[in-house]
Design a protein around this ligand. Structure first.
Ligand SMILES: O=C(CO)COP(=O)(O)O
Length: 240
């Protein structure tokens, strides 16, 4: 069975004072039968690492392909690892859009994550225009082929399906839409590789998504910022 992951992505949100939420999440997920990861802004990772967490693991949100060098404003996988991250998001659609990251970039970042011993949470997803054109499965297959490096294993990579039109919009994909995609993805990756869904996941819709055969968890944006919103999602996953 693939490992279950309740993963949060804080995006460009959070100051050191907000790390109390990570500790609250930690309290709320003790003894749950799922893994919990919170992907923090890089500025918070080292501070979070000093906190007395027991269960929740920490991730970054991006890494440069190189270990070091003249890349002003960038951060390497090695730096994230040293600061206390065990995971890193690669290929998030916001980075693909805001920073023009291509599948080849995402592939190189994912390889960099592995080099530093991080687990990559590799994101793929179609736009609304692509879905309406009936291209969803072919777009996702192309992104997977282009961005998932050879050597991916269930231990070093988690795949997150995040339809772009469902991110931060309140428009969660229907269980039928998620099942269609996840069943197709399952046929393309290792049977043990965890497949997460992301896009407007909330406590109210989590259980029906986690009931789907090939959904092994969620990558949660807005609802991961507060323990009161995120813990019920992790509980729904553990109960699924
Ligand atoms: O992009 C996401 C997680 O990476 C999803 O964000 P929301 O849960 O805020 O829609």
């Amino acid at each position: 069975m693939p490992q279950k992951y309740a993963a949060g992505n804080w995006k460009m949100n959070g100051l050191v004072s907000d790390l109390t939420e990570v500790l609250e999440i930690d309290k709320g997920v003790q003894d749950l039968a799922c893994n919990t990861v919170i992907c923090l802004p890089a500025t918070l990772i080292y501070a979070a690492d000093g906190d007395p967490r027991q269960v929740v693991e920490i991730g970054g949100q991006y890494c440069h392909p190189s270990a070091s060098g003249a890349h002003t404003g960038d951060i390497s996988a090695e730096m994230l690892s040293e600061a206390g991250a065990a995971f890193v998001v690669t290929g998030h659609s916001e980075r693909r859009t805001d920073h023009g990251e291509t599948d080849a970039d995402v592939r190189a970042q994912t390889e960099a994550a592995w080099r530093a011993g991080l687990v990559a949470i590799l994101c793929i997803g179609e736009t609304l225009a692509q879905r309406e054109a009936g291209e969803t499965l072919s777009v996702l297959a192309g992104q997977l082929k282009g961005s998932l490096p050879d050597g991916a294993t269930p231990e070093n990579t988690i795949i997150a399906y995040e339809p772009v039109w469902a991110i931060g919009t309140g428009k969660v994909a229907t269980p039928e839409q998620v099942a269609e995609v996840h069943d197709a993805l399952r046929a393309q990756v290792d049977p043990e590789m965890s497949l997460l869904y992301g896009g407007s996941v909330k406590a109210a819709n989590a259980a029906e998504l986690f009931a789907l055969t090939n959904v092994d968890g969620a990558l949660v944006g807005g609802a991961s910022l507060k323990a009161v919103d995120f813990v019920p999602i992790a509980r729904a996953l553990a109960a699924s």
